[in-house]
Design a protein around this ligand. Structure first.
Ligand code: UD1
Length: 430
């Protein structure tokens, strides 16, 4: 099991380049099998979730050709299996996108109920509601979701909750259904827009993505395309808070500043300076950080995937902050870990009450999930002394070259895999 060992206390300074959006890429890779022609996808992040999904896609017979670390060619003409194995599915949640992709293309799909980060109960009732509305019969048997349709027909679908996954999944199926579909109360996240743009580049007819009403005119079939994935706003936001928590000065490059507005607004509120460029943002934290309140909401609200990172930063800010998690109920699991580092956070239901402390002190902590893991690394970078973060496999699901990028900003961090490597690092950094 690999760990990160960190000697905290260095302000992060310099430039960091952000990769492609993991959550957009996962849906786009699944959607790529919806045509029999070859699809070329660029700006793919080289992270575990993506590689697992590519394996699953290969596993059902699609041809996956890795051109380089960030570029892949996919041809879905040879798919022979519409059943996705449990072993793959258990690892990543977004494998449910294969349900939409296969159902849309072959009118039949069998996918094991998804796994992914344990951040709360994650129902898929809205996905199922959408598939049924488009004419599919859906049943759950022996841990598999089985969806089948004689014909897929457009419909008017009102989502009961704003969900990224269901919006994208329904959009994929409707792209190849007969007639018109309207999705109301749709998610507006940048990756919903990216997937719609991708499908449109393959010949789909999707309008309104990025608003809460998406209109889809079904087409007969989709064709080849070349597409570059948008930058990852969560990776970018993570580095922005790492800059704030370590009192640093970091320019985060290759981003779309508009997608970072909720994060930028909070950084300004707590006393950072944020400078926006065309495709970069610079975060400077030269003054003492101040408290604030934040509530996670669907886009354009403050993202739930950025909740642990802001909480860890507010833990070092003056005064009392309140963080309310309104999307996933089990997303404060890092709080106990942070307490071991001297954090003063009390959780009541879906609210964390954070009393800012002067400093964190290094300790041995465990990453409970992807984003919370990244947040604990931020805490370690800001802390006095040595922090060891266990279970970094979660972090590797979504951050490419995390420690290399942090090192380039002046962090003292190393990936290790045993106690003697931890000791060596500790002796080296003194
Ligand atoms: C995606 C992201 C995840 C992010 C989340 C919210 C991927 C792979 N994951 O997850 O990182 O935290 O969006 O931005 O892209 N819900 C239902 N029924 C459903 C579907 C969802 O009740 O059928 C609820 C969920 O429990 C949650 C809320 O809707 O409370 C939002 O979930 P959703 O947007 O679907 O999240 P995911 O697509 O799973």
């Amino acid at each position: 099991m690999e760990q990160y060992v960190i000697k905290g206390g260095n302000p992060l300074v310099g430039e960091v380049k952000i990769g492609g959006a993991k959550n957009a890429a996962l849906a786009i890779l699944a959607a790529a099998i919806m045509t029999d022609e070859t699809v070329y996808i660029d700006n793919l992040p080289d992270v575990r979730d993506i590689n697992v999904l590519l394996q699953a896609i290969e596993g059902i017979g699609a041809v996956v050709e890795r051109i380089n670390r960030h570029t892949v060619k996919i041809n879905g003409s040879m798919i022979r299996d519409i059943n996705i194995e449990y072993e793959y599915i258990k690892k990543i949640r977004a494998s449910y996108y294969l349900l939409g992709a296969l159902l849309g293309k072959y009118k039949k799909a069998e996918v094991a109920l998804p796994g992914g980060c344990n951040i709360g109960s994650r129902p898929i009732d809205q996905h199922i509601k959408g598939f049924r509305a488009l004419g599919a019969e859906v049943k759950i048997e022996h841990g598999l979701i089985i969806a089948e349709a004689e014909e897929l027909t457009g419909n008017h679908i009102y989502l009961d909750v704003v969900t990224v996954g269901a919006t994208i999944n329904i959009m994929m199926v409707a792209a190849l259904a007969k007639g018109n579909t309207i999705i109301e109360n749709a998610a507006k996240e940048p990756h919903v827009v990216d997937v719609a743009n991708f499908l449109n580049s393959m010949g789909a007819n999707i309008k309104g993505a990025g608003t809460d009403v998406i209109r889809i005119k079904g087409v007969e079939k989709l064709h080849k395309t070349e597409y570059s994935i948008i930058p990852d706003q969560i990776e970018a936001g993570t580095f922005m808070f790492a800059a704030a928590a370590t009192k640093g000065d970091v320019t985060v490059k290759n981003v779309i500043p508009k997608h970072l507005e909720a994060t930028t607004a909070k950084l300004l509120e707590i006393g950072c300076e944020v400078e926006e460029f065309d495709d970069a943002v610079r975060v400077v934290a030269s003054k003492p950080l101040q408290h604030t309140h934040v509530k996670t909401l669907p886009y354009p609200g403050y993202p739930t995937d950025m909740q642990p990172q802001i909480a860890v930063t507010l833990g070092l800010s003056q005064g009392t902050s309140i963080v309310t998690e309104s999307i996933f109920e089990n997303r404060f699991k890092y709080v106990d870990e942070l307490a071991r580092m001297g954090g003063d956070i009390k959780v009541e239901g879906n609210t964390a009450i954070i009393n800012g402390v002067q400093k964190y002190t290094g300790a041995r902590v465990s990453a409970p999930d992807l984003r919370a893991g990244a947040a604990l690394v931020i805490a370690g970078l800001a802390a006095e002394g040595i922090t060891v973060v266990d279970d970094i496999v979660y972090i590797q699901r979504g951050y490419e070259c995390f420690e290399e990028k942090l090192k380039a900003l002046g962090a003292q961090i190393q990936k290790v895999s045993n106690e003697s490597e931890i000791q060596k690092f500790t002796l080296k950094v003194g």
